[in-house]
Each structure stands twice: as C-alpha cells, then as structure tokens.
Design a protein around this ligand. Structure first.
Ligand code: UT7
Length: 325
C-alpha cells in the first residue's frame, strides 16, 4: 500500500499588538519617515500587521500554533515523532528553535531541526516532512513556520518596515493510506542573495555587518511573479493535475499584486485565492500556514479540497506543495 502524508490539523497565532497602517504612520513620523495608508494599501494590500512584545520569541509563537494544530488533529504532544520549524528569526544562533519548541511542548527524543529558506521555509519544511513520512522515518510530524520579523526591521527605511509582521502557523502531518500531499517542488538560486537579506552575523561576541533587513523590492517582485507561476505548473504536472483541479491557492502573503498576478497567470478566479496579507502583512515562513489555518477555521478550506501552497523569498528560494486537504 502506498504511504502518503496528510495534514490532519492546523493552528496559528498572532501576537496581541496589532498595528494598522495609521499606527505605522504615527510611529514613523517622529523619525522623519514619511509613509501613508494609501501608499501601503495601493502598493501592497497591507492594512495591518502584528508585532510581538519584548521577551517573546519564535519558539513561544510556535508553541501556541503547534498546540492549536495538535488539538485540531486530536494528537497528543507525546505522539509527535518529528518537528521541523521554518524560521529566519530563531530564538538563538543555536540550538534550533525546533529543539526549544520540543522542550516547551514537554516531549523529548524525536528528531527536531530548523529549516532556513526565508519566506519559502514552510514549503521546504513541508516537503522534507512529506519525504520523511513517506519513507517511514516519521509518522506524526509537527511542521511549523514561526517568525518575528519586527526585530529585523529598519524603521528608518520606509520601503521595507511597513511590509512585515510577526506570527506563527503549524500543521500536524500524519502518515496516511490516502493522499494528502500530492506533489512538491522546491528550488533556489543563490546568485540573488543580495536582493533580500539580513547581512549581519555574530563574530567574536559582536554583530558584524548590518543586522537589519535589506530588500530590492522591484527585483524581488519581478522574480517572484515568474517563479510562482513556474512552480505551480511544475507541481501540477508532477501530480497529473491541471489548474482546473485547484480549489484554493494559498500563496506566500507578501504583496496582493504578486498574488493577483499569479492567479491571473494560472487563470484562477481571485475568489479561489486565500488572502491574509491585508491583516497580517508579510510574516515570511509563517505566512502560508497562518493563511491556511485562517481559511480552515473560517470553513473555507474543507476536507477533500485540493490546495496549492506556494512560497517565494530570500535566497532566492521558491517552491510549491499541492495537496488534498
Ligand atoms: O517575502 C519575500 C517576498 N517579498 C516580496 O515579494 C516583496 C516584493 N516587492 C514588493 O512587494 C514591492 O516591490 C514593494 C511593495 C516593496 C515596493 O512597491 P513598488 O511598487 O515596487 O514601489 P517602488 O519600490 O518602485 O517605489 C515607488 C515609490 C518610490 O518613490 P519615487 O522614487 O517614485 O519617488 C518609493 O520611494 O514609492 C516610494 N515608497 C514609499 N512611499 C510611501 C516606497 N516605500 C514607501 C512607503 N510609503 N512605505
């Protein structure tokens, strides 16, 4: 019998502090940084984002999202035999945020590690978990995207600081006789490192280089719209499906214009696209599981629906996962 991996529960969390575009305008004005609700909404679709309080870490958000996903799946922490956390904002340089999450969940023994593929991180993590489940290495995996991008933002740079937010999303992925994940497709091209990066690093007890986010938005935009169409078509081809089979497109939530352009290229009506960027901003590796969980809890994504998840981001990385929910 073929062994598949299937999502059996989703969960997510957002920190309580919500900042609207008007809040951002007021926060940035004393710095002499000029922006407006009109510009942000028109160019990105973002209306609000959430920022964590001091002392809250990616593992804390991951714990909440994971507990909700496990409750939805009816799975106890003790049953989890693999944890993968996708994050670019880990609690520490090492150990992994997955190790810290494991301990906070009160379990031990199972393999745990982080995946660092920036905004494609959840797609990468789901792809790895799918392989480990199909190979028989794991049976019940927690796959989490958790990010605190607010700590990487340069609040003197209006071209980036209004775009990002904090949050976490998680899924329980279990072995199953019926599919689940139908096909996956992941890629990277490291020559584009410079267009989206946080160039600083720790050396000899100091931070060397700039530890704040840098982005050439237009370069990222152009690459993103191309690869998101390509990877969706590649995953569909691997699964022997067509765009007509897609019930829901859940792309990385970075910019509504990129999402609409992807939907147009795939000839998908916009009402099949799950959009949370307006309320969450860009939460990097957390954006896709956050959007999935919101759509599930609103009763939009239902059992049996065919869902295309797509990520793109720093690295440059991109990829997609086609699944039956
Ligand atoms: O998560 C990984 C994936 N990331 C992405 O997918 C992001 C991809 N890129 C984008 O989403 C868009 O390129 C941005 C939203 C970052 C920028 O939008 P854009 O339409 O490409 O704007 P732009 O960079 O061409 O800037 C247009 C103008 C500039 O002014 P001038 O030079 O025309 O006078 C900017 O200075 O908009 C100005 N501008 C702003 N104005 C008000 C840039 N940021 C702001 C701002 N408020 N926050």
């Amino acid at each position: 019998m073929t062994r598949y991996a299937r999502i059996t529960g989703t969960g997510s969390t957002l920190p309580p502090q919500r900042l609207t575009n008007a809040d951002m305008v007021a926060m940035l004005a004393p710095r002499g940084v000029d922006t407006s609700d009109e510009w942000i909404v028109e160019r990105t679709g973002i209306r609000a984002r959430h920022f964590v309080a001091e002392g809250v870490y990616a593992s804390d958000l991951a714990v909440e999202a994971s507990q909700r996903a496990m409750t939805a799946a009816g799975v106890e922490p003790s049953e989890i035999d693999l944890i993968i956390v996708a994050t670019s904002t880990p609690d520490m340089v090492f150990p992994s945020t997955a190790a810290i999450l494991q301990h906070k969940l009160g379990i031990a023994g199972c393999p745990v590690f982080d995946v660092q593929a920036v905004c494609s991180g959840f797609i990468y993590a789901l792809t790895v978990a799918d392989s480990l489940i199909r190979s028989g290495t794991a049976n019940k995996a927690l796959v989490v995207g958790s990010e605190i991008f607010s700590r990487l933002l340069d609040f003197n740079d209006r071209t980036t600081c209004v775009l990002f937010g904090d949050g976490a999303g998680a899924v329980v992925l279990e072995s199953s006789d019926v599919p689940g994940i139908l096909a996956t497709d992941i890629h990277a091209d490291g020559k584009h490192t410079g267009i989206l990066c946080v160039p600083g690093h720790v050396s000899g007890g100091q931070i060397l280089g700039d530890p704040l986010l840098k982005m050439d938005g237009q370069a990222v935009f152009k690459l993103a719209v191309g690869v998101l169409e390509d990877t969706a078509r590649a995953t569909l081809a691997k699964a022997g499906k067509t765009t007509q089979d897609i019930d829901w497109l859940i792309p990385h939530q970075a910019n509504i214009r990129i999402m609409h352009s992807t939907a147009r290229k795939l000839k998908l009506p916009l009402d099949k696209v799950v959009v949370t960027v307006d309320q969450h901003g860009n939460t990097s590796a957390a954006s896709i599981p956050l959007a999935l969980d919101h759509a599930v809890r609103l009763g939009r994504v239902k059992k049996g629906d065919t869902v295309m998840l797509e990520g793109v981001g720093g690295g440059f990385t991109w990829g997609s996962v086609l699944l039956d929910f």
